[in-house]
Design a protein around this ligand. Structure first.
Ligand code: GAR
Length: 200
């Protein structure tokens, strides 16, 4: 039986499409039961509807608090029957209410080799710092920003004359491989969390 998964996004949704494509190619034993965004008019939501998927927007601006918004999001995920949650460019920190509703069942992807360069514009941060290598990280989500135990990392060398756009594009290509790989391992292998490590 495929595992019911929800995707949360705030933007263009290319990581969502990579997960969807892996499912369609039968490389990932999952079913996307809901695509949810906090931002009205998100391109990712339109792409989900075009593929016949359930897609909803729960705007955070309409809510009285972060907590109130997360309660609504969790209710939507639960109603859809989601067992796993994949953050795919979802630009919101999760409250503990949200994290505790899906313990060790929320994944995030970030465009750097964490713990380097958490937060916004990770590719810009890497260029500004002058690192020779960067990459992407898929990790389990805890209550701190871009912080939980790491599942998969992929390395991307920084070129001498890199621009933010060129580097971001090369990292994104690796993200699209890393995310389906990480989710597949978690859904098909036996694993446990041991401190900061995910042990397969
Ligand atoms: C991706 O690069 C993802 O790693 C990043 O947002 C982009 C979303 O692209 N996420 C973060 O920075 C989270 N801290 P997408 O909408 O095309 O998947």
């Amino acid at each position: 039986m495929p595992t019911p998964v929800a995707i949360l996004l705030s933007g263009r949704g290319s990581n969502f499409l990579a997960l969807h494509a892996a499912i369609e190619r039968r490389k990932l034993p999952a079913e996307i039961v809901l695509v949810l965004s906090n931002a009205p008019g998100t391109p990712g939501l339109e792409k989900a509807r075009e593929r016949g998927l359930e897609a909803v927007c729960i705007p955070h601006r309409a809510e009285s608090s972060h907590e109130a918004h997360d309660r609504k999001v969790v209710a939507a995920l639960t109603a859809a029957g989601a067992e796993w949650v994949c953050l795919a460019g979802y630009m919101r920190l999760l409250t503990s209410t949200f994290v505790r509703a899906f313990p060790e069942r929320i994944l995030n992807i970030h465009p750097s080799l964490l713990p380097a360069f958490p937060g916004l514009q990770a590719q810009r941060q890497a260029l500004d710092y002058g690192v020779a290598i960067t990459g992407c990280t898929v990790h389990l989500v805890d209550e701190e920003l871009d912080h939980g135990p790491i599942v998969v990392q992929r390395v991307v060398p920084v070129e001498p004359d890199d621009t933010q756009e060129a580097l971001s594009a090369r990292i994104l290509a690796q993200e699209h491989r890393a995310y389906p790989l990480a989710l597949r391992r978690l859904l098909t292998e036996s694993w446990s969390v041991d401190g900061r490590r995910v042990r397969f």
